[in-house]
Write a protein that binds this ligand. Structure first.
Ligand code: GLN
Length: 472
């Protein structure tokens, strides 16, 4: 893995163009079937990247990410580069605009290498729902990289990109970061613009970075954060100095330990690793506080009702008229819609559209959708109450280490349960991050989840840095 600092030093010593070429060389050698078959990149934006690198090399473009090679999850749009969202239904779709996150990265000097594999419409926990094949975990090639931003985590872990963008609706940044041994940051809902993000569940979707270390996550977030007039849900509040915050010690901070995150089903090696983190924070002067998030167990059912309900509405626009390929078989408008969607969507996406449509339908709305909304309020209240007693919280990201490719593909419920520690923060809109904290006895990466209150990224990053420092 290469840090932003190392990448900038390489640009200085050589050039941004050389650095971009080096990364393309590594991708060519290792990402494809003739290499390790990691399969993280779906499209390379070579011309655009090299034009940007030339602007950096000429001195025309400076900035905190000048010349740094970065990859973009293929649910965010870039002009001139196909956007598939990991789905066949968008194959060949060329978006006419850039996502705001893309615009901001380029304004900061980043060289965008291309678009990265993910679960179809970001639905999944293993990247096995991509229409363009699964991604392998660079740390253990027979294992999944996590999902849905599996390719984004894998690309950083493999050194194909210095940083990447992912999205997280119910865990899709934190879980793959944990599985691949990289840092993944979920900003507070509204902190980073969603403009140009192909929507899965709009009230939950967030854009955030994957990086090699915590300092890089702070740098990326400071570039990405801020109000965007193109996204009405982006927050109009000042952006904190995330990089500056890292200099402050953590002594005196109150670290909440939610009892519900250490119960049955948590892998022993993960439990031990997290307990070590807690001991280390205590040794640095943090005050450990036991807290309770009593509605945690309702998080998964509520999330899978709300996320599928929103997805069923958002995906109505995928009908073969405006985006992507159209079925050749339909001979009426409605049969064309049906055939296009039947051919274009994969099985998990179809399952979710059916679930979500059911949860929203007359007669079931009160029992499912409204109930799930009420649970969302209770889950959020749990966090607000717990944050009266602590500044951040620590827990696991995932109940198990990365599982084998194919291990859970036949059992969607098992797959959904992998999100048990991540969905509550998603429902509540708070920020969270996964920081590497060692390995299992089999050498598989473990991540610890640091959660902060709404807009508490600066403090969360400080604690993340303290956790990282302990690993050395
Ligand atoms: N694994 C969860 C799901 O399948 C979360 C996905 C995400 O955060 N995009 O919905």
């Amino acid at each position: 893995m290469v840090t932003i600092e190392a990448a900038k030093a390489a640009v200085k010593a050589g050039s941004a163009t050389e650095l971009a070429e080096q990364h393309y060389g590594l991708i060519a050698a290792e990402d494809g079937a003739n290499g390790k078959g990691i399969n993280s990149f779906l499209a390379l934006s070579r011309d655009r990247a090299l034009a940007q690198a030339a602007r950096v090399d000429s001195g025309e473009l400076t900035g905190p990410l000048a010349g740094v090679p970065i990859g973009i999850k293929d649910v965010l749009t870039m002009i001139g580069v196909p956007a598939t969202a990991g789905s066949k239904i968008l194959q060949g779709y060329m978006p006419p605009y850039d996502a705001t996150a893309v615009t901001k990265l380029e304004a900061a000097g980043a060289v965008l290498l291309g678009k990265i594999n993910c679960d179809e419409f970001a639905m999944g926990s293993s990247n096995e729902n991509s229409a363009y094949g699964p991604v392998k975990n660079p740390r253990a090639l027979d294992r999944v990289p996590g999902g849905s931003s599996g390719g984004s985590a894998a690309a950083v872990a493999a050194g194909f990109a210095v940083a990447t963008l992912g999205t997280d609706t119910g865990g899709s940044i934190r879980q793959p970061a944990a599985f691949c041994g990289v840092v993944g940051l979920l900003p507070t809902y509204g902190r980073v613009s969603r403009y140009g993000l192909i929507a899965f569940a709009s009230s939950l979707d967030r854009v955030g970075p994957f990086t090699a270390n915590v300092a890089d996550a702070a740098t990326m977030l400071s570039v990405l954060a801020g109000k965007d007039p193109l996204d009405a849900t982006s927050a109009d509040r000042p952006v904190d100095d995330y990089v500056g915050a890292l200099a402050k010690p953590v002594a005196g901070l109150r670290v909440g330990v939610p009892e519900e995150y250490f119960g049955e089903g948590l892998d022993d090696d993960i439990r031990i690793a997290i307990e070590k983190v807690l001991d280390g924070l205590k040794a640095q002067g943090c005050i450990l506080v036991k807290v309770s998030l009593p509605h945690t167990k309702y998080g998964i059912p509520a999330y899978y009702v709300l996320a599928t309900a929103e997805a069923s509405a958002n995906l109505q626009r995928m009908d073969g008229v405006r985006f992507g390929p159209r079925s050749k078989d339909g001979n009426t408008l409605s049969s064309m819609y049906r055939k296009t969607r039947e051919e274009g969507f994969g099985p998990e996406v179809k399952r979710r559209i059916l679930l979500g449509t059911y949860a929203l339908s007359a007669g079931y709305y009160d029992a499912y959708y409204r109930k799930a909304q009420q649970i969302r309020t209770l889950v959020t209240r749990d966090f607000l109450q717990a944050y009266e007693q602590c500044d951040v919280m620590i827990g696991p990201v995932t109940p198990t280490p990365p599982f084998k490719l194919g291990e859970k593909t036949d059992d969607p419920l098992q797959m959904y349960l992998a999100d048990v520690y991540s969905v509550a923060a998603s429902l509540a809109g708070i920020c969270g991050m996964s920081v590497p904290c060692g390995t299992t006895r089999d050498g598989l990466p473990i991540g610890v989840q640091v959660m902060g209150p709404h807009f508490g990224e600066a403090t969360m990053l400080r604690v993340g840095l303290a956790v990282e420092a302990m690993q050395a």
